[in-house]
Design a protein around this ligand. Structure first.
Ligand SMILES: Cc1cc2nc3c(=O)[nH]c(=O)nc-3n(C[C@H](O)[C@H](O)[C@H](O)COP(=O)(O)OP(=O)(O)OC[C@H]3O[C@@H](n4cnc5c(N)ncnc54)[C@H](O)[C@@H]3O)c2cc1C
Length: 305
């Protein structure tokens, strides 16, 4: 195991190789900083069958291809990569000691770009459903793709009501399915749903299955077929490494950042789905660009001594 003490092995260590981490790596490598990206390889972006709202791709872009292109751009400018899971980050004098697998390294600054993961609905053939567009997670991303389709929303909280009303902008055929009794809308919410023509199925979901590119939801005595099913079951935000260092999170678990993407811990920055903000590729990339510029300034120049 390499020694942890002494001078830092890198100027900027980046946790996560999705759009946020890779944008940070491209910028920092081009700022002539020593960059190490450690990535477990579970980017949400890599699971997108084809995104149509990433600027610059009028025909859309396959998520995995976008991530691969960003990574090769970072490599071209000298960013180094290691596959693995960062287990701990400890503050150490002016920097951090980062442990991953059997390795450890010292870094002067850290960008947390560890993203989030979706809570999946209880159904078989998840990957196939995702690939075909029968299962979706993000109406901001792809509401346009379900215009006038029969859309279902799997919900276990009031967030599902808001997601259903949001989707109503794209299609008049929206139905909410409940995973259990936890979602119990009050009279005001029921009126909002009724006014918008959103159907709320009272009986809880018994099963969800994928059949010939459609999703069939079984509930009580009936079943409903949908062209697309959105999961509104939420996200698990990967902010634990920041929390362990003492960084503040908001009520949903997102790292609190300022306008330079600084967390509340000196030298620790955050961008993408792990930080407060809209969960989007452009936002992840924009946030990481801001973070990288601020990290570069913090790192200073050799002339400053
Ligand atoms: C099905 C789907 C469709 C979507 N469609 C769109 C779309 O069309 N347009 C759009 O703008 N957005 C879309 N999104 C959202 C978009 O994918 C995310 O906003 C984006 O990926 C966030 O980038 P990120 O770099 O923050 O996180 P991610 O892309 O999730 O990358 C985080 C990386 O960090 C790694 N990691 C986490 N913890 C550790 C650790 N401890 N050590 C090492 N590595 C770690 C993970 O393995 C992962 O590789 C979609 C999401 C999904 C799930």
């Amino acid at each position: 195991m390499p020694a942890a003490g002494g001078s830092a092995n890198c100027d900027a260590l980046i946790v996560g190789g999705g759009p946020a981490g890779l944008t940070g790596a491209i910028y920092l490598a081009r700022f002539r900083r020593r960059v190490l990206v450690i990535d477990e390889g579970t980017s949400r972006a890599a699971s997108i069958p084809r995104s149509h709202n990433v600027p610059g791709y009028p025909e859309g872009v396959v998520g995995g291809e976008l991530v691969a292109a960003m990574r090769s751009q970072a490599v071209r400018y000298g960013a180094r990569f290691a596959a693995g899971c960062v287990q701990t980050i400890e503050a150490d004098n002016d920097g951090f000691i980062v442990r991953y697998g059997p390795e450890q390294t010292r870094a002067r600054t850290v960008l947390l770009a560890s993203g989030a993961s979706d809570v999946t609905p209880p159904m078989p053939h998840l990957s196939e459903a995702l690939r075909s567009g029968a299962l979706r997670y993000c109406p901001v991303c792809d509401g346009f793709e379900v215009i006038d389709q029969r859309v279902g929303v799997v919900a276990d909280s009031a967030a599902g009501i808001e997601e259903a009303l949001y989707l109503r902008h794209f299609t008049p055929y929206v139905t909410i399915f409940r995973t259990g009794p936890a979602l119990a809308p009050g009279a005001a919410d029921r009126r909002r749903l009724a006014r918008s023509g959103v159907v709320l199925v009272e009986a809880p979901i018994e099963s969800i299955r994928l059949w010939q590119g459609h999703v069939t939801v079984r509930h009580g005595a009936g079943e409903t077929e949908c062209d697309a099913l959105y999961s509104a079951l939420g996200l698990h935000v990967h902010s634990e490494l920041g929390v362990a260092l003492g960084a503040k999170v908001d009520g949903k678990g997102y790292l609190v950042i300022d306008r330079h993407q600084r967390t509340t811990v000196q030298g620790l920055y955050a961008a993408g789905d792990v930080a407060r903000g809209l969960n989007q590729i452009s936002v992840a990339a924009g946030g990481a660009a801001i973070a990288a510029a601020a990290m570069h300034l913090r790192l200073g120049t050799p002339i400053e001594g």
